[in-house]
Design a protein around this ligand. Structure first.
Ligand SMILES: [Zn+2]
Length: 453
């Protein structure tokens, strides 16, 4: 009988999962424990549209897992971590985490799918427990911190998952070269079945090497090049006879653009610092900000013909918008959640429309700030206090910083311009540092020179 080889399944390299004395349920238990720790200790991005996009790629790849590698117990999930370093990892049994830095570094959707297909293959081939079967210890950790479990394959054959504390530099599931080749080839096959060109996987590895600097990104040291990696993947792509590519690069560009517009992702050391401080990571709002205290000497700026502003000489002018200008120390200005800039220390001076009634105009300005800052609260009574030699009002307030997630002190001062509009100064500082900044804010109010007519 004549058999005609059709389709991709007959031409591809056959992959045999390595020997494994553990059960798939062991993989699931181990991975779930580690994933719970990751979710607790690492700052997940928690952006529904980004998570949805990544999960969409993931589900297409999962649907393309070969039947013999399907384990009904496994449960595949895909989450984005708000971390800058280029990395991704998948835990036994299915939970996968991609650093935001990985998505920002990719050139197209296919490259993201390539890393994910490689990671997914380590999971479906059960490489973690296979490595433990060989008697080799391997570790599950997230580079930034304390998420770390160890599997020790011993004579007793038991799995011990234990939290340990290796801290910075701990690596995540360093695989053998043999397993790397399997994950590359198996990943290429999954990609092809999902409609992606496997060449994107080798492109992504080149992208990673180019981004590496002296030591290379973490991902490459956990997934060492088994030698001829690119050639092997490209060769498999040829065997598979792949044609076309389903990657949606419009969608990829939208997601990447959104990520690049957010306040910068946290670095591994910032995450570790937050963990030491016991801060619970919440999305993007947990940056650690360290700035110099305000200098005792002052420097004068003239943001408009009618205005001279003296601020501590270690602050500089940051352009905000048409009707406002910000002065802040180095390291205190960030990209806000709504795309504009925001700052943790410093002042904003601006002009808003008024009716000629200082009290009423101050109240309506407060209401408009409260609309865009839902946590803003007045924290004491308003004081009549001169601003630039004119009668003015100062209102003390508290807010929660969108940058640090911690309470901040806000001092809003207002006075009137001759045309009836309202001139305002907003001082912002973390509540813990309010005492250090209060006298600087007062001097700025008092020394303001207004020369409108
Ligand atoms: Zn790998």
């Amino acid at each position: 009988m004549l058999t005609v080889a059709l389709g991709i399944a007959n031409a591809q390299t056959k992959i045999t999962p390595p020997p494994n004395k553990y059960s798939p349920a062991d993989d699931v238990k181990l991975g779930e424990e580690a994933a719970a720790q990751v979710r607790k200790e690492m700052p997940l991005l928690n952006d529904p549209s980004v998570d949805e996009y990544v999960a969409g790629i993931g589900q297409r790849l999962v649907a393309a897992i070969p039947p013999e590698q399907r384990h009904p117990e496994f449960h595949y999930t895909f989450r984005v971590v708000n971390q800058k370093e280029i990395n991704a990892f998948a835990l036994p049994g299915g939970p996968m985490f991609l650093n935001r830095g990985m998505i920002e570094a990719a050139h197209n959707e296919g490259e993201v799918a390539g890393v994910m297909a490689h990671e997914l293959s380590h999971v479906t081939l059960r490489h973690g427990t296979a490595q433990a079967t060989k008697g080799e210890k391997f570790q599950i950790g997230a580079i930034a911190g304390q998420v770390l479990g160890a599997i020790v394959g011993g004579a007793a054959g038991s799995i011990i998952a234990q939290g340990s504390n290796l801290g910075l530099g701990a690596y995540f599931m360093k695989f053998s070269r043999e397993y790397e080749t399997q994950a590359d080839v198996n990943g290429a096959q999954i990609m092809a079945r999902a409609g992606y060109d496997p060449k994107h996987m080798s492109d992504m590895f080149r992208t990673l090497e180019a981004q590496g600097g002296s030591s290379g990104p973490e991902w490459l040291s956990d997934h060492p090049n088994p030698g001829n990696r690119y050639q092997r993947i490209d060769q498999e792509a040829k065997l598979l006879g792949v044609q076309g590519d389903r990657a949606s690069n419009a969608e990829f560009s939208r997601v990447q653009g959104k990520l690049r517009g957010m306040s910068p992702a946290l670095t591994a050391s910032e995450i570790a610092q937050n963990q030491r401080r016991g801060n619970r990571p919440v999305g993007t709002a947990n940056r650690v900000v360290n700035v110099e205290p305000p200098s005792g000497t002052f420097r004068t700026y003239q943001p408009s013909n009618a205005l001279r502003v003296s601020v501590p000489s270690n602050w500089s002018q940051v352009d905000s918008g048409n009707n406002a200008v910000t002065y802040a120390p180095d390291g205190a200005v960030f990209q806000g959640n709504n795309g504009g800039t925001t700052f943790t220390h410093g002042i904003e001076v601006g002009v808003s429309q008024g009716t000629g009634n200082l009290q009423r105009d101050t109240n309506s300005l407060l209401r408009s700030f409260a609309e865009s800052n839902p946590q803003l609260r007045q924290s004491g009574s308003a004081r009549n206090e001169s601003v630039g030699g004119r009668s003015g009002i100062t209102v003390p307030m508290t807010n929660v910083s969108e940058v640090t997630g911690e309470p901040e002190y806000i001092a809003l001062s207002t006075t009137q311009l001759r045309d009836g509009s309202l001139l305002y100064i907003i001082g912002v500082v973390p509540r813990a540092e309010a005492g250090t900044y209060d006298s600087a804010f007062r001097k700025i109010r008092q020394n303001l020179q207004i020369s409108d007519r």
